[in-house]
Design a protein around this ligand. Structure first.
Ligand code: ZN
Ligand code: ZN
Length: 346
C-alpha cells in the first residue's frame, strides 16, 4: 500500500509499504479522505510541534474517513464495507481526566499523526473500534474527514456558551473559524460577526451567511462590533486566528458577563486587558481538541444542519500531497480546507 512519509522538514515522499494485518480487537480501514490540517503544515515546515518531534520518517494526517476492510477477532458492531470516520485520539480511558469524560486531556493519548504515532496519509490502517464511527449513507467521505475540525469547532462554541440568540464574534475565518460560523448560524447565535484580514476568506464568510464581516486591517474591530451589536458588544467570542493581540481584542469585544473561547494556537503567551476582564466578570476558556463530539457532529451532518463543503477549497490525490501542502502554505493562494483523497471512488 502507499503511504506518505515526512522524512525531514520540507521533504515528503510516497512509499510502498506492507499493508497492516488486522489484529484481534481492531478494525482494518481503507482510508478514503483525509483533511489537511494546520498542524500537518507545521510539522512539514518545522518537523515538530512542542515535544512532538519527527525523528524518523513519519506519516501525518488525522482528519479521516474510510471503509472497514476487515473486522478483528472479538470486535462487534462493524462489518466489512461499513463507511466510517476515525476519531484520531485514542486515550488511556483510566486516568483521572478520562474517567471524568475529558479524555481530550489524557496525558497518555495516542493521537494519530502526532509523532511517534503514525497518521492517516496512507491507504490502510488499523484502528480502535471504540474510536471508529459509522457514517450515514448521506454523509460523504469528505464530510467524514471534516468531522474532526467540526468537533473542534463544536467544542469552541460549547465552551464559549454560544447559541440561542446570543451575539457572537469569531476572530479568524480559517477552516476552524468557518466551521464555528456554520455551527453558530445553525444553533441560532445572532448576530454572528466575523473578523478576517484575508479577502477570499471574508468572501466565503459572507457567502455562508455571517451577519457582519470585518477586515481588521482596514476597519476598527471594536467599532465594527459595536455597530454590529447596536452598541451592546458580544455575549461570546471565539478566537480562532492564533494571531498576536487577538485574545486582547476578544476580551475588549465582550459585553459584561461574556465568555471567550480560545482555539487558535500560535503564540506561547498573550496579553489580556485584566481590568476589563475583572470588571466584566468575563471568562476565558482554552480549547484543546474535543471529547465525545463525533456522534453529535455526525448527527448534524446526517440531518443536513451542517454541510461543511463551503469551506473546502481544494482536493488532491495522495500522490500530490507535497503540492497540496505547498499550496496550503502559500500566503497568496486562496485556500481553506484541503481534502486529500485516497484510492478510487466508492
Ligand atoms: Zn487538525
Ligand atoms: Zn487517560
Amino acid at each position: 500500500m502507499k503511504a506518505a512519509f515526512l522524512s525531514k522538514p520540507g521533504t515528503i515522499y510516497i512509499e510502498d509499504i506492507p499493508r497492516p494485518a488486522c489484529s484481534p480487537g481492531r478494525v482494518l480501514i481503507r482510508i478514503k479522505a483525509v483533511g489537511l490540517c494546520g498542524s500537518d503544515l507545521h510539522y512539514f515546515e518545522e518537523g515538530r510541534i512542542g515535544d512532538h518531534i519527527v525523528k524518523e520518517p513519519h506519516i501525518l494526517g488525522h482528519e479521516s474517513s474510510g471503509i472497514v476492510e476487515e473486522v478483528g477477532e472479538g470486535v462487534r458492531g462493524f462489518e466489512p464495507g461499513d463507511r466510517v470516520a476515525l476519531e484520531p485520539g485514542v486515550p488511556c480511558l483510566s486516568c483521572e481526566f478520562c474517567l471524568k469524560g475529558s479524555y481530550n486531556l489524557c496525558p497518555d493519548v495516542k493521537f494519530m499523526g502526532a509523532p511517534p504515532y503514525p497518521g492517516t496519509f496512507r491507504e490502510y490502517l488499523t484502528h480502535d473500534p471504540q474510536f471508529t464511527f459509522r457514517l450515514p449513507a448521506s454523509v460523504s467521505f469528505s464530510q467524514g474527514a471534516l468531522i474532526e475540525p467540526f468537533s473542534v469547532a463544536y467544542n469552541a462554541l460549547f465552551k464559549a456558551e454560544a447559541g440561542g440568540g446570543k451575539s457572537l464574534l469569531i476572530i479568524g475565518a480559517g477552516p476552524i473559524g468557518l466551521a464555528c460560523l456554520e455551527m453558530a448560524l445553525m444553533s441560532g447565535s445572532a448576530p454572528v460577526i466575523v473578523s478576517e484580514p484575508n479577502r477570499y476568506r471574508r468572501e466565503v464568510a459572507n457567502k455562508m451567511g455571517a451577519d457582519l464581516v470585518i477586515d481588521p486591517k482596514k476597519e476598527d474591530l471594536l467599532a465594527g462590533v459595536q455597530e454590529g451589536t447596536a452598541g451592546s458588544m458580544c455575549d461570546c467570542v471565539i478566537e480562532a486566528s492564533g494571531a498576536e493581540g487577538e485574545v486582547m481584542s476578544a476580551v475588549l469585544a465582550l459585553k459584561k458577563g461574556g465568555s471567550v473561547a480560545v482555539v487558535g494556537m500560535g503564540n506561547e503567551t498573550a496579553s489580556i486587558p485584566l481590568t476589563q476582564l475583572l470588571k466584566k466578570e468575563a471568562t476565558i476558556r482554552g480549547i484543546y481538541r474535543y471529547a465525545n463530539f463525533y456522534p453529535p457532529v455526525i448527527n448534524m451532518l446526517r440531518s443536513g444542519k451542517i454541510i461543511g463543503e463551503s469551506w473546502v477549497s481544494h482536493r488532491f490525490d495522495l500522490e500530490d500531497i507535497e503540492q497540496a501542502i505547498r499550496t496550503a502554505s502559500d500566503p497568496h493562494a486562496e485556500t481553506l480546507k484541503m481534502i486529500i483523497t485516497i484510492g478510487k471512488e466508492g
